[in-house]
Design a protein around this ligand. Structure first.
Ligand SMILES: Cc1cc2nc3c(=O)[nH]c(=O)nc-3n(C[C@H](O)[C@H](O)[C@H](O)COP(=O)(O)OP(=O)(O)OC[C@H]3O[C@@H](n4cnc5c(N)ncnc54)[C@H](O)[C@@H]3O)c2cc1C
Length: 396
């Protein structure tokens, strides 16, 4: 990985580099020039230096992996709630840590966090590091990045796990860049080697291959993980501790002022639904989607679709399950006229109960279904809807 280095023996402290740096990333001590973590490698200082004392160099040395210990989970906290992906990250984080004898920690940023920190301990966390300050009440990429950088510098975790949420996707690249290390986004599987190298597996090239990515020469190892892919950590008797860290003015210094927050209408999401009914290409006409939707609503569930239906313009992309859509893990999923291609199945096969309706008894979906119904969806669904709306009571 490249970095900017100053040859202070050749520097006459003219200050041209400091003047030209747009990121305040260059500091002058009594007799040296230092590049700090805010450097974005724009190279303007290299061009500005009249004595060629600033150079870009490739770091070839491997990191000492023994100096970096523990798994740090970012506990995403927003509007008084912890995002549920956090409990999944703790689940996988604890599993990975146990395999190599490391501890699992959480980073919690926000305001008035005491009860939330206590709650996190009940998921078997060793230490919850808390940055509790009114200035951190709302998420802001730059202040949260500063705070994140602070814990990484002091804790030196081997692995950092962040949810693939809007906030996580905004934060993780910034923090990993500051830490001069790699980031694997959107992981669906994580394993660990005995030398603490994290094997980060994710779909690549539009879902055509599953890539295995390793950060061999740098620490920490940063991964964002898709929601609803990992199992939640179980609740246990708490044994860990809470550590409150100082929040400095430098951490909260920002050029962004949040004037007001306008809440978006919370549209029902297939990721959060307990029950999903999926329409595939066995549905012959766009108007027939109403039948699938009626069935979903009869079960208090949501309609989801396969990719071809989105491509035909029959449904919105937000309802697509699959490698190029969403990953789901509901309590019940019923697929109607879905063949079960790998790009679809890989993102729903962890669902608790899978029921498949398909006319073709050799369809791959039956390999992962717990209950398979070989038949025509146009015959099966109307009678099922009638039954559900009639005398049956369903509580899921
Ligand atoms: C890079 C890449 C990424 C992809 N990403 C995704 C993705 O994210 N999501 C996704 O879904 N796909 C994705 N695909 C496409 C995927 O490979 C499949 O083509 C797709 O999932 C098939 O959708 P389907 O099951 O609806 O259709 P089909 O494969 O055509 O299956 C239709 C099924 O309906 C059955 N059927 C027909 N009539 C009836 C009836 N009356 N009653 C009951 N059953 C009936 C048939 O027997 C058949 O099994 C991707 C492909 C690639 C190459």
């Amino acid at each position: 990985m490249a970095s900017i280095r100053v040859d202070n023996s050749n520097c006459d402290l003219c200050g041209d580099c400091i003047a030209v740096c747009p990121f305040d990333a260059i500091e002058q001590t009594e007799d040296t020039i230092q590049i700090n973590a805010a450097c974005k490698m724009c190279n303007l200082c290299i061009e500005a230096c009249p004595r060629s004392a600033i150079q870009i160099t490739q770091d070839t040395q491997s990191v000492n992996k023994d100096e970096w210990r523990g798994v740090l989970v970012f506990a995403e906290y927003f509007e008084g709630k912890v995002h549920p992906v956090t409990f999944e990250l703790i689940g996988i984080g604890k599993k990975l840590a146990a395999q190599v004898g490391m501890k699992t920690h959480c980073l919690l940023i926000g305001y008035n966090l005491e009860s939330t920190a206590q709650m996190l301990l009940t998921y078997g966390i060793d230490t919850v590091f808390v940055y509790d300050d009114e200035r951190l009440l709302r998420f802001s990429a730059d202040t949260y990045t500063n705070v994140f950088e602070d814990i990484i510098t002091t804790l030196k975790p081997s692995i950092v796990l962040v949810g693939s949420t809007s906030i996580g996707r905004s934060l993780a690249p910034r923090v990993s860049t500051r830490s001069r290390t790699g980031l694997t986004a959107d992981c669906t599987t994580l394993t660990i080697k005995q030398n603490t190298d994290l094997v980060q597996i994710r779909p690549a090239f539009g879902g055509n291959i599953m890539a295995q990515i390793i950060t061999e020469n740098h620490r920490p190892q940063f991964a964002t993980v898709r929601y609803k892919v990992m199992d939640c950590a179980p609740v246990v008797a708490p044994f860990g501790s809470i550590e409150y860290a100082d929040v400095t003015d430098k951490m909260t210094d920002t050029k962004i002022e949040v004037l007001r927050v306008i809440a978006k209408d919370a549209a029902p999401s297939i990721t959060d639904a307990d029950v999903l009914v999926v329409a595939g290409q066995g549905v012959k006409d766009k108007s027939d989607l109403a039948l699938i939707e009626d069935f979903a609503h009869a079960l208090n569930g949501e309609l989801a679709v396969t990719r071809p239906l989105v491509e035909k313009g029959w449904s919105d992309y937000t309802r697509q399950i699959g490698l190029s859509g969403r990953t789901v893990k509901p309590k019940l999923i019923i697929t109607c006229g879905v063949s079960g291609a790998i790009q679809f199945a890989a993102c729903m096969n962890a669902s608790e109960i899978i029921i498949a309706i398909n006319t073709d008894k050799t369809a791959p979906i039956f390999k992962i279904a717990h209950i398979g119904i070989v038949g025509d969806l146009y015959e099966i669904l109307p009678s099922l809807i009638e039954k559900i709306q009639g005398d049956c009571e369903y509580a899921i």
